[in-house]
Design a protein around this ligand. Sequence first.
Ligand code: ADP
Length: 841
Amino acid sequence: MSSGGGIQIPSRLPLLLTHEDVLLPGSTVRFSVDSPRNMQLVSQRLLRGTSLKSTIIGVIPNTRDPEQDSEDLPTLHKIGTAGIAVQVVGSNWPKPHYTLLITGLCRFKVSSLLKERPFVLAEVEQLDKLEQYTTSTTEGATAEDGDLGELSQKFYQAAVQLLGMLDMSVPAVAKFRRLLDSLPRETLPDVVASMIRTSNKEKLQVLDAVSLEERFRRTLPMLTRQIEGLKLLKKSRKMTPDSEKRVLSIRKGGTFPGRQFSLNQDEDSEDDGDDTASLEKKVHGANMPEAALKVCLKELKRLKKMPQSMPEYALTRNYLDLMVELPWSRSTKDCLDIRAARVLLDNDHYAMDKLKRRVLEYLAVRQLKTSLKGPILCFVGPPGVGKTSVGRSIAKTLGREFHRIALGGVCDQSDIRGHRRTYVGSMPGRIINGLKTVGVNNPVFLLDEVDKLGKSLQGDPAAALLEVLDPEQNHSFTDHYLNVAFDLSQVLFIATANTTATVPPALLDRMEVLQVPGYTQEEKVEIAHRHLIPNQLEQHGLTPQQLHIPQDSTQDIICRYTREAGVRSLERKIGAICRAVAVKVAEGHRLPETDASTSETSPQQEDKAAPPEMPIVIDQMALKDILGPPLFELEVSERLTLPGVALGLAWTPLGGEIMFVEASRMEGEGQLTLTGQLGDVMKESAHLAISWLRANAKTYQLTNMVGAPDPLEGTDIHLHFPAGAVTKDGPSAGVTIVTCLASLFSGRLVRSDIAMTGEITLRGLVLPVGGIKDKVLAAHRAGVKRVILPKRNEKDLEELPANVRAQLDFVTAGNLDEVLNASFDGGFPGAQAHPHVSSKL
Ligand code: ADP
């Protein structure tokens, strides 16, 4: 058949050389383009052209791999299919390539090659008449007489028979049916050959069949084969919608001049058909509540109708995948035994008795009343004190899955509640994501760092969390992405924070705060030997026979290489030692210093038979070798050698800290300069302190630089709070500032072993402050011997470990006289003479 009238394709066509798939007229195929010539064709022709004509290219199979033919032109098949490029997608990953979606129009024959570079351009001769496809009548073929008419009738009947064996409720089959009825008969061989299972070789034979009769003759056996295969299959087992799609599947939309129809082309479109069917099965098997199932089925229905190239296809697909993965009714069975829980908590954690007691109470109540809508526990304390670790133990004792949700820096409520699906890149929130990860609906969720939740224009995440944590509401928590309710009532939430000050009040109200204070030096040594060292040894593949860290060295690490309330950096240092020793062990060497203390043996070692080798013992020398020179020296006594320096105690979310306050004076006009990143409250404390000292200058014989009775006369004062670029605020530095200035104005040294904390009033009273335990522990860590506290904080001393209480000397002060008296050796002159101020508060 040669080209007659009707629509003509251009006589000069750029050629796309393919080796992976055969394009037949009436079908749409996706081609991946990455060979140099084809890439040039896309970039120079398809992407530059503006007219419809420029999107028409010739697709011609070649018999060799084009990658190998970058120089010589490969052998081209003599017949190809002209097609319209309906979509071009470029990508750089994993290498630069394009993906072309091409709809076949008609056959052509290459008359002569015009050029080979940068892409192949050929003079072509059109072989099929295009208007055949555009005539709406189906009479054309049936009207043909003789063999052809008979053949086409046979072919049509075979196609109808095939259809009859398939399930019409499968959309792909329904589409096939529609096409069969609406397409002209002469187009059927091409269309059907590209829809049913055929090899590339068979498709090539169909392509080569230029005469219509020949085409029918070649495709009819393929169709019959399909029918026979199906019959056999039906006999052997009952057909499922899956197998229907294996026979044919319809996926992509391709436009055809004059008529619209969609056909299956790609190999992987079969998988797609399978996929939606298996997805449907999964949806039914996911055991979701009715409302969710309804939404899923609706989405599934939409998905089936959608061409895969549509961006929404992926969106809907991801959504459905998530829905079927969520643990709607999957849960673990609680296996709570309070006695075992107590043993486990004790085994995993040293000290923290108060916390462990409360956790056991909580668990006991849960055991008695399984549907506990109890408070949400919130562990508050400095980093590295074991908050997360206790949370993990709770999950372990309950036999539940554990998942940590880090909330630090979350300032968008969609982080919690998900993005609506209308957004590009929308996704579910962290709660739903967490459920997907653990795969059960009753895990322990640790909401880490609730004090670091932010706020932004995108809404308040704390408000979303409120809904999550509220037992009255969380049985129908609606994530924006899911858009259906998910029952969170079985989830056990535990929160952690460094401070309650920045936890949103409404959230705090829902939680029971359990303070987890820092550890004393002795507790840290115990934790290190019972937990951290054995853990680190195991993690580094070492045994106690290979490495031994004596208590003295642990103590050294704690006070000279770390300064923290928790034990995290202690754990890191032990890790560093393990790594260094691992190298030595691997090399078969031992540290030279080991001999010094080889006589020491670890408890574990005693239990075992004689070790094959002496352990590498970490003594002071080895410590220095591995960890470098000490990071912290006990500097307190060195720094308190001048008048105008005092040591305060501060509380930070990271635990207690010691804080030096320095003052100096110079000639001036009575101005006060404050430096060291201070907050407003701290600045006010400084002004209060100066006013009180000026008011009482006579009593205490405080003078300015030249001995005049007003300390500020002709004098400027500079107060500085060194150490760190951290903003310091809070009223508790009041007594320290007074002591520091009293030292400056009197020229006397503050005792070098004393630290203090307390708020002051203008009348010289000392008011109670918070964080006493952490502050005292910090003083103890720093080697301070005496601590001045407000009188009304005396009760807080009970919380301190006995050994700390025994090693420190506490002075409780109700007014500033007592503070000054205790701060200077031999008291402070004039203090006794000062009338006693008693608090009326
Ligand atoms: P947090 O959550 O408070 O910042 P983690 O729970 O991450 O701290 O604890 C840090 C490390 O210290 C963990 O390896 C933990 O096992 C260990 N740890 C902390 N406190 C104790 C303790 N009392 N007993 C045993 N190990 C502890």
